[in-house]
Design a protein around this ligand. Structure first.
Ligand code: ADP
Ligand code: KDG
Length: 319
């Protein structure tokens, strides 16, 4: 069995340094929240498997080639000739603002059903990593997420769910109705503060809103809740009453997209290595910092021997 199994949609990405409407030149790559996590884990030496569907097309070939090159196990990924690989375009519209456009309606990944992931589930894993994006792709993917969570829970795997709310894909109410039934299966719930209301009613504008939202999640059956706080770092609470908060690393911000996925990879890596919660948060923050300080979702993520790199003084040349 692998360390971590994940699945979802990985797309062709065209990354533009300016506005599409005036014809900025694109760099092409691939990205998907779940495969970003798998790449982050593989770079750190963990065995990560991605089971998803791509089209029988050039973008699909680039997705599979990239994941294979990064050491992600794609033996359970599959090609669907009847639908295209999804695509997205990211315009760096102004310095600190990225605008995303998707072409993923009817994509190969949106055809995913529970039957597609059964073989991967049968292989076994220590951790199942799910994100709220997959359920937004359609009824089949949502069923697959539910079936995977139930299977993993029944077999004693750790189940991680990153809420990853995408308002371009569905409303917070739709996401809530789809994701809340999963909570009893979830071991580790990861969310940013503003995503907590998607999965918890207890959130209000009051001062202890986050506290009460996390209370509700722990009562719903989640074993530990990890809240991402961007440039502030992250916080942890579990059912046994433990709490930790760890500050973010100070790095120059280059491209914040993918930080949450890198964070998840770091957290799960710590979990697999048996690190205590505060050290899991520290590794998660380290990967998040690598993601924001470099271009691309996953391109700048560290190998294990690079984990300490960000401790170097600004402007360091390693020679
Ligand atoms: P998301 O990208 O999912 O919205 P966040 O913005 O909270 O999530 O970022 C995820 C993690 O990435 C943070 O918890 C932190 O570890 C790291 N991170 C984000 N922004 C910064 C920053 N400006 N400086 C350092 N680390 C950051
Ligand atoms: O976290 C970054 C990813 O979410 C993004 O690169 C692509 O999966 C993606 C999405 O649905 O937005």
């Amino acid at each position: 069995p692998v360390d971590v199994l994940t699945f979802g949609e990985t797309m062709l990405v065209a990354q533009l340094p300016g506005s599409l409407a005036v014809g900025a030149q694109a760099r092409t790559t691939v990205a998907g929240a779940e495969s970003n996590v798998a790449i982050g884990l593989a770079r750190l030496g963990h065995r990560a498997a991605w089971a998803g569907l791509v089209g029988d097309d050039e973008p699909g070939r680039l997705v599979l080639r990239t994941l294979r090159a990064e050491g992600v196990d794609i033996t359970r990924a599959a090609v669907r000739a009847t639908a295209p690989t999804g695509a997205m375009l990211r315009e760096q519209r102004v310095a600190d603002l990225v605008r995303v456009h998707y072409w993923r309606d009817g994509s190969a990944a949106s055809l995913l059903t529970p039957a597609d992931i059964e073989p991967a589930l049968g292989d076994g894993a220590r951790v199942l990593h799910l994100t709220g994006i997959t359920g937004a792709l359609g009824p089949g993917p949502l069923e697959a997420v539910g079936a995977a969570a139930a299977h993993a829970h029944a077999h004693g795997w750790t189940v991680a769910l990153d809420v990853n709310h995408r308002q371009r894909l569905w409303t917070a109410d739709e996401a809530g109705s789809a994701l809340r039934p999963l909570l009893p299966y979830v071991t580790v719930l990861i969310a940013s503060g503003d995503e907590l209301p998607v999965v918890s009613d207890a959130f209000t504008e009051s001062a202890d809103a986050e506290e009460r939202a996390v209370d509700a999640l722990l009562e719903a059956g989640v074993r530990e809740v990890v809240v991402k706080r961007g440039g502030e770092g992250a916080a942890f609470r579990d059912r046994r009453g433990a709490r930790h908060a760890v500050a973010a690393l100070r790095v120059p911000v280059r491209d914040t997209v993918g930080a949450g996925d890198a964070f998840c990879a770091g957290y799960l890596s710590g979990l697999l290595d048996g690190l205590p919660p505060a050290e899991r948060l520290a590794r998660a923050n380290t990967l998040g910092a690598f993601a924001v300080a470099s271009d691309g979702d996953w391109e700048g993520l560290p190998r294990r021997d690079e984990l300490g790199l960000l401790a170097a003084a600004p402007g360091t040349a390693i020679r």
